[in-house]
Design a binder for this molecule. Structure first.
Ligand SMILES: NC(=O)c1ccc[n+]([C@@H]2O[C@H](COP(=O)([O-])OP(=O)(O)OC[C@H]3O[C@@H](n4cnc5c(N)ncnc54)[C@H](O)[C@@H]3O)[C@@H](O)[C@H]2O)c1
Length: 255
């Protein structure tokens, strides 16, 4: 399907040495893209690069270690990818963290860290990538939000605020950059079984709550997000601007 073909395009996926980012990177690679994996742990990043390269082939998987919350590192890394490997056609802002603490007990440092990792990072990485994309007149940015971009739950206030902010940042980027031929959209996953959510899967009461609240009657898998990501990274979404697509087994449409 040429509409979904990503051959010849470079895709940077942040926080992609495991979990959702790793699955999306693999999916974009299978659709033809050359992948740049990112993370802060160099050993884990290199292991992930080698694993994915075994599937996609030599030269198809690169690695760029940088902290998405550090403006100087971000600027240097994006510049290096552009000059050493070629134009970044697709950026997936996926890196994120969670802190499960009631708001009354949440330390300001933890609030700042969640906001920096989940929201400010997308501004920093998105802005550097967009400097090149706007000049070229095309590009795709996908921000990984969450069902918490729309709905709240106790103990995850900073996360909820960050993902709501990321949804609106998707709109703000659209307001400024869509005119330059860039499509910026968001994917909002529901409850996906990854290392981040393993403690919730292991918690019988929480697991039952997720299953009871999800019309699809199961946790999502990282692979469930590949199709939407390939769509939003490809020419198949060239007139889709500023949208947040909920991939949640129907959780957000029922009470
Ligand atoms: N798992 C879910 O149910 C779920 C649901 C909705 C949204 N999400 C979002 O999907 C994204 C990925 O989540 P996941 O479940 O795969 O979690 P994960 O913890 O497995 O992956 C997150 C990745 O981000 C990386 N990262 C963290 N801080 C970083 C930094 N400063 N610089 C670079 N990389 C950094 C981590 O090292 C890790 O590899 C997150 O944004 C998360 O909020 C997850």
């Amino acid at each position: 399907m040429t509409l979904f073909d990503l051959t010849g395009r470079i895709a940077l996926v942040t926080g992609s040495s495991r979990g959702i980012g790793n699955a999306i990177a693999a999916g974009l690679g299978r659709a033809g893209a050359t992948i740049v994996l990112n993370g802060v742990d160099k050993a884990r990043l290199e292991a992930a690069r080698e694993t994915l390269q075994q599937e996609l082939g030599p030269g198809k998987v690169l690695a760029s270690a940088f902290d998405v919350t550090d403006a100087a590192q971000v600027e240097a890394a994006i510049g290096d990818i552009e000059s050493s490997h070629g134009p970044i056609a697709i950026l997936v802002n996926n890196a994120g963290i969670q802190r499960r603490v009631p708001l009354l007990d949440l330390a300001p440092e933890d609030w700042d860290l969640v906001l920096a990792t989940n929201l400010t990072s997308a501004f920093l990485v998105g802005r550097e990538a967009a400097r090149y994309m706007t000049a070229r007149g095309h590009g795709k940015i996908i921000n990984i939000c969450s069902i918490q971009a729309e709905l709240a739950r106790p103990t995850i206030g900073a996360y909820t605020a960050s993902k709501g902010g990321l949804r609106n940042l998707t709109r703000a980027m659209t307001a400024e950059w869509a005119t330059s031929g860039i499509q910026i959209n968001a994917i909002a996953p529901g409850y996906i079984h990854t290392q981040m959510t393993q403690p919730l899967v292991d918690d019988e009461a929480f697991n039952s709550w997720v299953l009871g609240r999800t019309p699809a009657d199961r946790w999502g898998t990282p692979e469930d997000l590949i199709g939407p990501a390939v769509w939003l990274a490809s020419d198949a979404s060239n007139y889709v601007n500023g949208q947040t697509v909920f991939i949640d087994g129907g959780m957000s449409v029922v009470v």
